[in-house]
Design a binder for this molecule. Sequence first.
Ligand SMILES: [Zn+2]
Ligand SMILES: [Zn+2]
Length: 240
Amino acid sequence: MQIVADLHTHTIASTHAYSTVYEMARGAKNRGLIAIGITDHGPDMADGPHEWHFSNLDILPRQIEGVTVIRGIEFNICPGGALDHIKESSLKPIEFALASFHECCFAPSTKAAHTEALEAVLQDKRVNALGHPGNAKYDFDKEYIISRCNQYDKLVEINSNSFAIRKGSRENCTEIAQLCKKYQVPIVVDSDSHIEYRVGCVDNALSMLEEIGFPEELVINSSRERLDSYFRGRGLHLFE
Ligand SMILES: [Zn+2]
Ligand SMILES: [Zn+2]
């Protein structure tokens, strides 16, 4: 299995990331990818961009260096499951949205509180995918949430960066992927890269998925056809 697109990346619009949009697209090209999602942190993160970053995203060309650029955001999940403070009008250009727990916006709490927040996120139509749900600091009722993802048209992200940063995340990601397989929930495999050189680095995630015999047809970014079909199903024609 391989990926053809990386749908979770950050640019210097968040100051703890170090490459420009152009450089990230070049990183994707060097990795042989056909598309990249630029998904900077929502404005509630201390160094996330102002909401004008998002409202102006439609000036990005559809292709940079031959790589299709998808305009995105990584929302911060706040207690109770609300997302960043941002006007609906600022989100108009957004084509792909992840929603994730980050400690600055939601201090790790109880399993029940995390599950309740994720249940609210499931019902939020602005969100495409649950971002890095394998983070061991945010335990949740995995079966309860994953089994409801298809009903709410939510993807689950297997975030390769999670494997490197936190003990316990590999086990969590494996359990989550197994539940996605059981409930036939489509996933997206991403790098969460904060610099050009790591775009498309998802070997840890892919080797885990191979170990558990995860069906390739459920990985929406594993082929051009699957990626295209996912976005076409949501009204976006990426490759025209
Ligand atoms: Zn970040
Ligand atoms: Zn994140």
